[in-house]
Design a protein around this ligand. Sequence first.
Ligand SMILES: [Zn+2]
Length: 243
Amino acid sequence: MNKLAPIDLARMANVEHRKVTNGLSEAADALENIKEKELWRWLGCSSFSGYCKSIGRTYSWGYKLIRSGEVQKSIPESVLPNQAAALAMSKIPLPQRKQVIQSVMDSGEKLTAQSIKSAVPLPNRVQIKDGTGFPVPQEIAATWLRAKDASEEIAESISKVMKLLEKANENRDPLFAEIDYQADMAKLSMLRQDLKTIKPHAVCLDCNGLMRESCKVCNGRGFISQFFYEYKIPQNKKDIREG
Ligand SMILES: [Zn+2]
């Protein structure tokens, strides 16, 4: 039911019509008003569908545009550039939208239908998080787990050698007479420390694990070690990642 006087409705019709034809940012709201308040009557059309036709569009376009507006309202801090991006975003559950936008931003890409789609975590899989709380993309999940296993195996192997030397030293085992116990233990400890760089800590802040093949920072792994994260990554990048 329209409670406004006819003259006001006619004025409103023209204002909203201008918004629709001006650009997409305000278009969705304007179009919704034209549909819901039946302002198309004041623009010489016989239906909403007729109005869409009068501006060279279809009813389906109008419906999708209104839907895009609703999606845009759900993420007011970001601007969706077009309907395709809004459509891609509409398929993402509300609580995950901010995370997907952050993921796209972190990758240095613009918000597009494609970048939104590629940042969506695949359903029905366990979401691994890295040491900064950032989700590990499915694209690198297998490599991440392999690196984690490898680093654990290597650390265990070195610890095993260290325990053998410790025991030999305690027992004053003559087999080990020629070794420099203190120096060798220090070397092994250093080696264990060095090889910790195999252990994945953070999804690469440059490629986000999504363009890792050509990434010079993570060397194609899609992630970096804790050492690299702490000492080689500029603070401003870490601030963005850690929010
Ligand atoms: Zn990288």
